[in-house]
Design a protein around this ligand. Structure first.
Ligand code: BES
Ligand code: ZN
Ligand code: ZN
Length: 500
């Protein structure tokens, strides 16, 4: 799929299909009128079919309602987007994704987009392109043959109609959207891979392959090196597995640094979470193949950061292992020592994500990172609190948190801060070690962050819990499975730091 920005008009542009989004205000159902110039032109072109569908109450502007008018010369697709004043960045991505999915379903391959709304947002075309790439995604790595009833359609070109005076400036947005979109697709593929095709070893290979020959340096520590580094907390999770654990370090050190800041991204890479000896129930356990979503996000994000040539040093750290029950597995009650010397009483082996993150966060501190962002499918409690819609956010520095929330809002990704009051530390006190790895049922997401806080020292840090948002069991504008949530926010946040 190629993208092209053009200042052609909607009348003159040549393509199989022209796609326009429209709003409730554009249609007066009572008077049976169209209040918009472009829609009126398209109505004429379609010999009044749009107005007829208004009369039949098919075209109402309701969000998600699509009208497709197939014609010989070029077809027209109208996508309802609700009320203009309620239209959001996320809706814009959704409209783009929906349009692509519908166009492919009907085998149109040469498309023109005439996007409307949110014209005042500088990055709007980056978001549009990202949305289209998300819509174009399907997971078929493991399909041995094509589904005859649903043949694979490759899109050829997408023209995006914009104003002439914006052509130059929006070229950068086209690049940004394509790079981020490519990373999101990579992340989704990694998450959707089953655990036998995404072991810690395969995850490391995938990271190397995606980073390619570019400026990122990758080192992968094996079990011996992990032992030497005294990552006793991480190793306690890997003990039960036959698959060897890995600790992936990816470094991006640009020549054109715009700031001396160094950012560490840390991602949870549990390639399968059985719960260990504290075994999970069987129902939906297969979804725990997605317990490496945080890892996938940080790998995708650092590659996008390098491809966009953002002038700021970034290091991505991924502790990765399976969490398995076996004769060698960690047992509830065991006490282990993390890299920073803190001792942990493991009361539940299913709270393993925080155990592997502990050592990776301590490593980020040792690396003298100025800011740390960790991302993880950490707690079921976060799914209960915020569902699949919103990412949970906690941290130790309010300015950093506020800045990140602002960037996420502008990226069309929802995050919500939960409090990290000192009082919660009482819940993870241990009678026999420095801390315990669980804090009981109440405030499960908060106590997991209170645990992580022990390993970041004084470094400004943000923790993102994507247990709900990283993976979706419904086919919405994302197809089912891994979503790639927070890639855009992280890349844009780093971009913002580099531009200050
Ligand atoms: N990987 C899970 C969290 C999770 C749950 C992710 C649902 C996605 C969907 C994590 O390792 C886990 O098992 N957490 C436990 C912690 C508890 C034992 C304190 C949980 O949330 O139940
Ligand atoms: Zn677990
Ligand atoms: Zn887990």
């Amino acid at each position: 799929m190629r993208f092209q920005l053009t200042d052609d008009t909607i009348d003159s542009i040549k393509s199989d299909l022209v796609i326009v989004n429209y709003f409730k205000e554009d249609i007066n159902i009572k008077e049976q009128q169209i209040n918009d110039e472009v829609l009126n032109k398209l109505n004429e072109e379609s010999q009044g079919l749009i107005l007829q569908s208004v009369q039949r109450k098919e075209t109402t502007g309701e969000s998600g309602k699509i009208l497709l008018i197939p014609k010989k010369e070029r077809a027209i697709m109208l996508i309802g987007c609700g009320k203009r004043e309620e239209y959001s960045i996320e809706d814009h991505k959704m409209f783009a994704a929906q349009a692509i999915r519908k166009a492919k379903k009907h085998a149109y391959t040469n498309l023109s987009f005439y996007p409307r709304g949110l014209e005042d947002i500088d990055t709007i075309h980056s978001l549009l392109i990202e949305g289209m790439m998300v819509g174009d995604y399907s997971f078929d790595l493991f399909k041995s043959k094509e589904d005859d009833s649903n043949p694979k359609i490759e899109l050829d070109i997408v023209n995006i109609i914009i104003k002439s005076d914006q052509l130059q400036q929006q070229q950068d947005m086209l690049k940004e959207g394509s790079v981020i979109g490519e990373s999101v697709k990579f992340v989704r593929d990694l998450i959707n891979r089953p655990a036998n095709e995404c072991t810690p070893t395969i995850l490391s290979e995938q990271a190397k392959e995606f980073a390619g020959e570019g400026p990122i340096k990758i080192t992968v520590f094996d079990k011996n090196k992990i032992k030497k580094m005294k990552m006793g907390s991480f190793l306690s999770v890997a003990r039960g597995a036959i698959e060897p654990p890995k600790f992936i370090v990816m470094r991006y050190e640009p020549a054109n640094k715009k700031t001396d800041e160094k950012i560490a991204l840390v991602g949870k890479g549990i390639t399968f979470d059985t719960g260990g000896i504290s075994l999970k129930p069987a129902l939906n356990m297969h979804e725990m193949k997605a317990d490496m979503s945080g890892a996938a996000v940080v790998i995708g994000a650092i590659v996008a950061i390098a491809r966009l040539n953002l002038g700021i040093e970034v290091i991505a750290l991924v502790p990765t292992t399976e969490n398995m029950p076996s004769g060698t597995a960690t047992k509830p009650g065991d006490i282990v020592t993390a890299m920073n010397g803190k001792t942990i009483e493991i009361l539940n082996t299913d709270a393993e994500g925080r155990l592997i993150l502990a050592d990776a966060l301590a490593y980020a501190v040792q690396e003298k990172a100025d800011k740390i962002i960790d991302i993880a499918t950490l707690t079921g409690a976060c799914v209960i609190a915020l569902g699949e819609i919103t990412t949970g956010l906690l941290g130790n520095n309010q300015d950093f948190i506020d800045h990140f929330i602002k960037i996420s809002n502008d990226a069309g990704e929802k995050v919500w801060q939960l409090p990290l009051f000192k009082k919660y530390r009482e819940q993870i006190k241990s009678e026999v070690a420095d801390i315990a790895n669980i804090g009981g049922k109440p405030a499960g997401t908060i106590t997991s962050a209170a645990f992580l806080e022990n390993f970041v020292d004084k470094t400004p840090w943000i923790h993102l819990d994507i247990a709900g948002t990283g993976y979706t069991s419904k086919d919405a504008y994302y197809s089912k499975g891994g979503t790639g949530a927070m890639v855009t926010s992280i890349v844009r946040f780093v971009k913002d730091l580099a531009s200050k």
